[in-house]
Design a protein around this ligand. Structure first.
Ligand SMILES: Nc1ncnc2c1ncn2[C@@H]1O[C@H](COP(=O)(O)OP(=O)(O)OP(=O)(O)O)[C@@H](O)[C@H]1O
Length: 242
């Protein structure tokens, strides 16, 4: 990591490792995220983006390093404790409840995460994701991939997280849905939501992210503003598929 950041980032990951059985996939990875900022996590297929997010969310446990949220250490906590502490993870495979309606998928999140009052309501979610409103009684399993992606983001918001981790939200979607997901992230950013956005596609992150971390073979190899990255041909050619 080459650049220092503001004094107290909301999320600070320092020198973590991660293993699947005995195979190591993260090697001393660090990143910083300031409140209200969108951080792009970029890297090729298999670079370690999902593992980084799963490590933050407590799904993959490492042996070293520190992960702190608003100054409190969360590394080693169980996923439900980390979710309760304010981190929402939207996985690549979406994981909505296929047998529940859109509305119940949303309501279940508020029940599970509500800690005395909630800023996000069904009404606000439907205002921001108007596409979901006419589908509110449809079963989750009957939605298209893009609709499911909208639903997972809505569900994450219902827990009023302080940080949202979005794992390749545009993956496998039709261009029109990719555009809608981009607009949604733009709106969330304007609302001051703090986001980590894992992506293979730098182009998708331009105009959406403030800073970027590039990961290669489980290590952070670049940290800077998204504009600095877009001008850095060497890093782009070496580590990104552009
Ligand atoms: N459950 C698992 N068991 C074993 N190895 C895994 C597992 N999940 C990921 N890996 C390996 O860990 C490395 C990092 O994978 P990861 O999914 O974090 O990368 P990624 O950057 O998110 O890639 P993608 O864009 O393909 O999702 C890869 O070598 C991958 O094969």
């Amino acid at each position: 990591m080459t650049t220092s950041t503001a004094a107290s980032p909301v999320l600070k990951v320092e020198g973590i490792d991660a293993f699947y059985d005995s195979s190591q996939v993260l090697f001393g990875l660090s990143l910083f995220l300031n409140k209200g900022e969108t951080l792009a996590l970029l890297g090729r297929n298999g670079a370690g983006k999902s593992t980084t997010m799963k490590s933050i969310a407590g799904i993959v446990r490492g042996r070293k390093g520190s992960i702190s949220l608003a100054g409190k250490e969360i590394r080693g906590q169980a996923p439900h404790q980390i979710a309760r502490a304010g981190i929402a993870f939207v996985p690549e495979d979406r994981q909505i409840f296929p047998e529940l309606s859109v509305e119940d998928n949303l309501l279940i999140a508020i029940k599970r995460n509500q800690q005395g009052g909630s800023d996000w309501t069904l009404e606000r979610i439907y205002d921001m994701l108007p596409l979901l409103k006419p589908l509110r009684m449809r079963l989750g399993g009957q939605l298209s991939g893009g609709e499911q992606q909208m639903l997972t983001v809505g569900r994450a918001l219902m827990g009023n997280p302080s940080v949202i981790l979005l794992d390749e939200p545009s993956e496998g979607l039709a261009p029109i849905m990719v555009q809608k997901i981009g607009e949604l992230i733009g709106t969330l950013r304007e609302l001051g939501t703090t986001i980590v956005l894992a992506e293979q596609n730098l182009h998708f992150c331009l105009g959406l992210a403030d800073h970027a971390v590039v990961i290669d073979k489980g290590k952070d190899v670049f940290y800077g503003t998204i504009d600095e990255l877009s001008r850095n041909d060497d890093i782009k050619q070496r580590y990104l598929s552009v």
